[in-house]
Design a binder for this molecule. Structure first.
Ligand code: B12
Ligand code: SF4
Length: 364
């Protein structure tokens, strides 16, 4: 087990270097890397992280990489991270040509050929990486390497995965002087620090055309959700470790599974949790499930993220066309009025207008 792995988070597309604690994209961990780290550590490998958001610039990255001197480097890549990841890889190969570079995440999953065009990329992992990346590091450790540069991830049983390694981020951030008592930074006053994020499942059962293909590529068709007991067990660990005061579910659409949500709310309360939380939902679900909204509010829900793809002069005058061709200008407003009296507020994201006829209520 002498092989040392360094994971690289290159999420500087939005706020650049030296940007930690500035908003969501600079205040949150990558659950993908945190999960890979937990699996590698469970398999006995030494793992650390370089988070570009905590560094001063590329020269600083070069210095830190040379000090860490890993055998394998795993980089995660959304499409927005393409340039910083490629820049990081050229520096890695200049400093240590024999380091094995592995790229995973949404972009190589959707556009594998584009990433493989760069000969400095030794491997890409398509889709979920826990099993495949750990196996790759095991083979490198044993002195053998797969011939194909394109490795296909295996979808893991989510209840069997170790909990995400949030300390990977927290410890790294503290090295660079960021004084934090929890691994993530909240973004609204309803969610006080210490704050954490958690993922109860992967995938989505809906079919919004701008998003669903990527969900399917990454996680397969439909949703795989962890058991409620497994999520409660992780929350207990997070309570003991970070004494979190609030949290957020990252699931694309937690409320798609009403039975799961009802069971969760009951067990959350029964286990003595009172911390407020947010999750992502859809206007049509909120509109149709008033009782579930009330139960969630009673358990501590303080807000939903719901996405509206098109708007005229703001959320109050939404005039949009839903999937299946129905007008839904009423629904977002109704969702807001269903949620408000129950306690939760609704947060709606209104991205720029896209194809008018393709509007779908969305969680993201
Ligand atoms: C939470 C979230 C955010 C958060 C936090 C992002 C973060 N730091 O992770 C916030 C709100 C900041 C955010 C912002 C954005 N996001 Co976002 N986000 C998500 C969401 C809902 C969950 C991410 C997550 O934790 N997934 C669970 C983990 C376990 O999966 P994962 O990270 O993909 O990792 C697995 C595999 O990909 C693979 N893997 C990943 N990395 C690596 C590395 C190696 C070496 C290997 C081997 C494997 C591997 O293995 C992992 C474990 O199985 C996803 C949708 C989703 N369900 O994944 C969208 C998603 C990642 N976001 C997306 C987008 C588009 C954005 C934005 C660009 C939106 C915008 N227009 O501003 C910004 C970019 C911000 C930035 N500069 O960082 C897209 C990415 C599409 C793409 N082509 O890249 C997604 C996929 C949504 C979608 N369906 O389209 N996002
Ligand atoms: S936008 Fe949200 S609801 Fe629609 S497919 Fe994507 S994750 Fe599911």
């Amino acid at each position: 087990m002498a092989t040392k792995v360094t994971l690289v988070y290159a999420g500087i597309a939005g706020k650049g270097f030296n940007s930690l604690k500035q908003g969501m994209d600079s205040g949150w961990i990558s659950h993908g890397l945190a999960s890979l780290s937990a699996c590698l550590k469970q398999a006995g490998f030494e793992v650390d992280l370089i988070d570009l958001r905590a560094l001063r610039g590329w020269e600083h990255f070069r210095e830190v990489f040379a000090q860490r001197n890993p055998d394998v480097v795993g980089l995660t890549m959304m499409s927005v991270d393409f340039n910083p990841v490629m820049e990081a890889i050229s520096i890695i190969k200049e400093v240590k040509p024999e380091a094995v570079t592995v790229v995973g995440g949404p972009h190589p999953t959707a556009e594998p050929d584009e990433v493989l065009e760069n000969p400095l990329v030794d491997y890409i992992v398509i889709a979920e990486g826990e099993i495949t990346f750990t196996n790759l590091v095991r083979s490198i450790d044993a002195g053998s390497r797969p011939e194909s540069r394109r490795l296909i991830g295996i979808h893991p049983d989510l209840d069997k995965l170790p909990f995400a390694d949030r300390d990977l981020f927290l410890e790294e951030w503290r090295k660079w002087g960021y004084d934090l008592d929890s691994p993530e930074v909240p973004f609204v006053e309803e969610l006080p620090p210490p704050f954490v994020t958690i993922i109860a499942g992967r995938g989505c059962r809906y079919k919004c055309n701008f998003c669903k293909p990527m969900e399917d590529f990454l996680f397969g068709k439909g949703t795989r959700r962890r058991s409620v007991d497994n999520v409660i067990a992780e929350l207990k660990v997070l309570r003991d470790k970070y004494n979190f005061a609030s949290f957020m579910f990252h699931d694309d659409c937690l409320t798609e599974d009403r039975e799961w949500v009802m069971e969760f709310c009951e067990k959350y309360k029964a286990e003595g949790f009172t911390q407020p939380f947010f999750c992502q939902s859809r206007a049509d679900i909120i509109y149709h499930h008033e009782d579930m909204v009330a139960l969630m509010a009673d358990a501590g829900l303080k807000g939903y993220f719901i996405g509206f793809e098109a708007a005229t002069t703001g959320c109050s005058t939404l005039s949009v066309r839903a999937r299946h061709g129905r007008r839904t200008s009423r629904r977002p407003r109704s969702a807001a009025s269903t949620a408000s009296p129950s306690g939760p507020i609704t947060c709606s994201a209104c991205p720029p207008k896209q194809k008018k006829r393709s509007w779908t209520p969305s969680a993201c």
